[in-house]
Design a protein around this ligand. Structure first.
Ligand code: HEC
Length: 148
């Protein structure tokens, strides 16, 4: 019977030790838990960086600082290559003579019109709202030149 207070004391120590351990382990774990809701988190991260990405897109789409028209190659590289270099979205691939021959046969003015107005999966102005007709023609000339 003399041992009873002792053992109940050690049970108390064990309980305290477990409580402390739980606090130490469980707190960071619960934070980890929140961090690992990764879908929401990466969405949140995307929406946080979006303003920056959008700004970059707008800057890229803007005409060259001095307002001068961009030359065909520049327009091609910044606007058109996204689809035409890879053939994405069914775009006739740059330099693919067979794909371009029937289109070239319709004449450059018709091709420029397709670019300005959009055709099939190609958005109007190739998706660059401030593309001028002159720039479109330059880019068409560049594409036609590559497919000859
Ligand atoms: C979003 C992808 C995309 C972008 C960006 C894009 N194109 Fe296209 N382009 C296409 C697709 C797809 C077609 C085929 C359309 C069809 O015939 O249905 C096409 C067709 C064309 C044609 C042939 C049109 C015709 O009448 O047959 C020309 C010329 C052309 N693109 C030039 C350009 C130029 C110049 C740019 C940049 C200013 C550009 N494209 C940007 C997807 C794109």
């Amino acid at each position: 019977m003399a041992e009873k207070p002792h053992s109940s004391k050690s049970i108390m120590y064990v309980v305290i030790a477990i409580t402390v351990l739980l606090l130490v382990v469980a707190l960071p774990l619960s934070k980890l838990g929140k961090g690992s809701v990764s879908v929401n988190d990466s969405e949140a991260a995307e929406s946080r960086i979006q303003p920056v990405a959008r700004f970059d897109l707008q800057r890229e789409a803007a005409p060259a600082g001095d307002g001068k028209p961009r030359d065909g190659e520049t327009v091609y590289k910044t606007v058109c290559a996204a689809c035409h270099s890879t053939g994405a979205a069914g775009a006739p691939k740059t330099g693919d003579k067979a794909a371009w021959a029937p289109r070239i046969a319709t004449g450059v003015p018709a091709l420029v019109k397709s670019v300005i107005g959009g055709k099939g999966a190609m958005p109007p102005k190739g998706g660059s709202a401030n593309l001028t007709e002159e720039e479109a023609k330059g880019a068409v000339d560049y594409l036609v030149g590559k497919a000859k």
